[in-house]
Design a protein. Sequence first.
Length: 66
Amino acid sequence: MDHRKRADIEIGAYVAIVLKKDQRTGELTEGNVKDILTNSSFHPHGIKVRLEDRQVGRVQEVFDEN
């Protein structure tokens, strides 16, 4: 799945995001998507989402649901 395409990210999906404060280090935060915040169908840096724990960042990886 492409983390830059909005269609590849669903509510409830388990993803890894980079928070604004971690953009320099690239540290990832994992969680389930609560809201998709990016309106466009594609974003070169990743789709912006809000996790269930209310953290906001850009998706870097979408994990399989298996």
